[in-house]
Each structure stands twice: as C-alpha cells, then as structure tokens.
Design a protein around this ligand. Structure first.
Ligand code: ADP
Ligand code: MG
Length: 256
C-alpha cells in the first residue's frame, strides 16, 4: 500500500512545488516507486518534472471528473524516475464543475485506490488555497507535509492550516495527520530565521523534520530546465538536502 502525502500550505511561494518534485526525485533515487500528482492549475510541478502541461492529453482534471482513470492519465518522467499525474489550466474549472457532484471531495481518493499497490509513495502538490482541490488531496492522504519559511508571519498562517486539517480529520478522513513541518529556504545567517526555527521546535517538537532545506540557487534554477534540483544538479547543497529528506521520509513511514 502506498503512503500518500499532501504537500500543503495555503500561502503561495513558500516552496510547496519545489518540495514536491525534489522529494519525488529524491525518493526515486533511493529506490522508491513514486507517483507525483499536480493539484495546482498552474501546473508548475508538472513542468518541473519535465512534462509539458500543454501537450498532455489527459490530466488530473479528467480523473476528478471521472472521464479517465489514473492509469490512463499518468505519464512517466524518465529523466526524473517517477510517474506524473499532471495538471494544466483546465483544472481551474474543476472547482465549479464539481459543485453539484456527490462525494466530490472523495473523487481523487476513489481513483487512487486502483493504483495504490503500484507505488510506495504518492505525493500531491496542492494549490495555495484551502479549496475543493486541496480538500480532495487531504481526503486521500495519510499525512500532510508543510513546507515553511522561518519568517515572522509563518506561524500565523499555520493556524488556519492546522484547523483545516483537524476538521478534515474529524469529518472526512480519520487517517489524516500532520507528518511534519519542513523548514525550507533556510539561511542560518539570518538571526530571525534561527529564532523562528527554535520556536517551531518548541511548539511542534518532533513534528518538525530534522532535515533543513537551505536557500540554494540551484533549486531555483532547475525548473527552467524542466527538472527538479535533485536531477538537475545532484551534488548541489539543495539537492543533497532533499535526498537526506527523502531518507528521513522513508524512515518515518516505517513507524507509521
Ligand atoms: P509554492 O509552490 O509554494 O508556490 P515554489 O516551490 O514554487 O512555491 O517556490 C517559490 C519560489 O522559490 C520558486 O521560484 C522556487 O524556485 C524558489 N525556491 C523554493 N525553494 C527554494 C530554495 N530552497 N532555495 C532557493 N529558492 C527556492
Ligand atoms: Mg506551487
């Protein structure tokens, strides 16, 4: 059975997509079978995995509307070593089209059940909102990985996300838990980041991942080559951190 994780944070630009594609590539590197699902109509995780979102015949949109199965809509990213269930602008319409549908928040969960045994990990890149799309992700997940920058307002935004996760846990998905907070774009020279990092560990203890992802320009350059940093420049500090994070995740699921 695959372990399914949402990479979520309702803020934009905090590193969700970077975390999703690099964790996927890192897990693939250490021998895990991975499906990466792009739930953001921007399609950045799709493009960042070397899959052209404009050329896709079927996407996660078709899966949500039940006009395709996951097996039909997924594509293989040979360069990255994992499967991709891609997204493009079409997905923005799903929100409206699902309004009158029964059990609309469970669409992805049902579709994933069919391919569950083919993967060790399913990673879902969520859009920067707590929308029906994110809800579909949260309903099928065992856990949420929350990338965050160690900035002053980071903790404030966390409250909304934690409350949403609690509600989903209580009403829709008993399995759901926060797996951990991942400190990203970290610069230890900035005192405030150190302080916020210390606060995070105080409040959330073992819910804070051991691995810290540094700010690293190679991670930011990689998407323009259609690759995760882990594939684009495996020896860079950013890539190395994500490979360490992948190993930490493999350890974590043993205890789940
Ligand atoms: P989100 O998906 O949450 O909107 P992204 O993953 O797209 O966030 O990241 C936002 C921007 O920050 C992107 O331009 C990305 O390349 C850059 N970025 C993300 N993580 C890092 C990092 N560790 N070091 C440097 N740049 C990063
Ligand atoms: Mg994104």
């Amino acid at each position: 059975m695959a372990k399914i994780f949402c990479i979520a944070n309702q803020k934009g630009g905090v590193g969700k997509t970077t975390t999703t594609v690099n964790l996927a590539a890192g897990l693939a590197k250490v021998g895990q079978r991975v499906l990466m699902i792009d739930l953001d109509p921007q399609g950045n995780a799709t493009m960042g995995s070397g899959v052209d979102k404009r050329q896709l015949e079927m996407t996660v949109y078709d899966v949500l509307l039940e006009s395709a199965s996951v097996a039909e809509a997924r594509v293989r990213s040979e360069k990255c070593g994992y499967d991709v269930l891609g997204a493009n602008r079409e997905l923005a319409g799903a929100e409206v089209e699902l309004v009158d549908v029964e059990r609309r928040e469970k669409r992805l969960k049902l579709a994933l059940a069919e391919v569950d045994s083919q993967y060790d990990f399913v990673l879902i890149d969520c859009p920067p909102s707590l929308s029906m799309l994110t809800l579909n992700g949260l309903c099928c997940a065992h856990g949420v990985i929350v990338p965050m920058q160690c900035e002053y307002f980071a903790l404030e935004g966390l409250t909304d996300l934690v409350n949403t996760i609690k509600q989903v846990h209580a009403n829709l998905n008993k399995d759901l838990q926060i797996i951990g907070l991942l400190r990203v774009m970290f610069d230890p020279r900035i005192t405030l980041q150190q302080q916020v990092s210390d606060q995070l560990k105080e409040h959330f203890a073992d819910k804070v991942f051991n691995t810290v992802i540094p700010r690293n320009v190679r991670l930011a350059e990689a998407p323009s080559y259609g690759l995760p940093g882990v594939v684009f420049d495996p020896s860079s500090r950013g890539a190395q951190a994500f490979i360490t994070f992948a190993e930490e995740m493999v350890d974590r699921i043993k205890a789940m």
